[in-house]
Design a binder for this molecule. Sequence first.
Ligand code: AMP
Length: 434
Amino acid sequence: MGAVSERIRAPKGTHDLLPPVSEKFAAVEDTARRVFGSFGYAEIRTPIFESTDLFARSVGDTTDIVHKEMYTFADRKGRSLTLRPENTAGVVRALVEKGIQEMPRPIRLWYAGPQFRYEQPQAGRYREFRQIGVELLGVAGPAGDAEVLTMLFQFLEELGFTDLLANINCIPKGEARKAFSRALQEHVRPSLDRLGAEDRRRVEQNPLRLFDSKDPEAQSVLRGAPSTLEFLDDVSRAHHEELKRLLSLARVRFFEDPSVVRGLDYYTLTVYEVASERLGAQNAILGGGRYDELVHQLGGPPTPATGFAIGEDRLVEAMLTDVRPKKTLFFVIPDSSADFVYALDVASRIRACDHDSIVEVDLQGRGIVKGLSRAGQIAQEPNRYAFRVERVHAVLVGEKEREAGDVTIKNLSTGDQQTFQRSELAGRLGAARD
Ligand code: AMP
């Protein structure tokens, strides 16, 4: 047995989010709610664990995710459950279960939450990570893909990403997809001996998955491989061309890249990725695309659908702009313990008439002189708090104020100090804001 004081560490591949980073995540999620909400998208929350079958049937049982990255366990009754490795399957399962055929079209949803994959941890790659995603169901045409991409780029711009580019591709479906897979196998077969066992298995079972290989040799074998775009049937080609036209009109910056095939089996036609140069080897910030067959595969009526999933951890790591709100801080300083109850009352009154500022009571019992010098430090430490400090007002509560029913407020940026009746707070604070 270890020593009593031995520390327990967070499980490998997880990372704790402490302030101010946790607040950056919250600000990103607030922005998602606002931007996606403004396009009519509503939030959906599904369970963190699902039946293992769900992922085998949707993500695909020859994908890396299902084959070797799932956290699968048996519950006490022996049911096989899996911590969700992604959220689209859960969303579709939930909609089919609630009767998707009765729901008015289109169905516009977004989600945010943790996902789990047993991957080798490295910078930007975790075993527990967070995704923010969007799903649009019931729209078959390219206008659906264009809407989610336009919304995505507005969201990214609001977070300060103005230089990002979507790498888009179109993956054939049905017979055309089979023909593409065969052509890919033919291209790769002469070089099979350069591939590892894992990649040889991919070639036989699911050749598109070879594009997911992290082995540089496999990537070199793929050079000069047939392009997905050469295999599109007329309808798919028209979809792709129209999408490109709509994206240009919407000023979404994109680049056509036939090597984008995405690591999940359910994608059909449109697929895309966005990467950031600010990240290291794991530079993909998000991936998305169309999944027209998934609802049917999971027992619902044939329903076209499209969406994306953003890796929130990577997004926050790549962000240069601090999107946390800027706030005014009122630092309420009781001079002695006798002034404490009065200080609490003053703090409540400020909160009641100013919903936007932060009001903190000095709980350290420092008294006014030391409390004021602490307030001065806070004004110099814009990143110490969960929010960004725009300005600091010290609210001084001593015996004189308490006995007269007054408050004294000192604006630390201007040095201006005023004493007035606490009943006048609402008017005075309102005037200070105007
Ligand atoms: P996917 O669901 O595989 O299409 O991934 C979508 C996005 O989620 C990726 O572009 C990454 O930003 C993020 N992501 C996927 N796997 C991980 C991971 N293990 N750690 C951190 N982020 C991840």
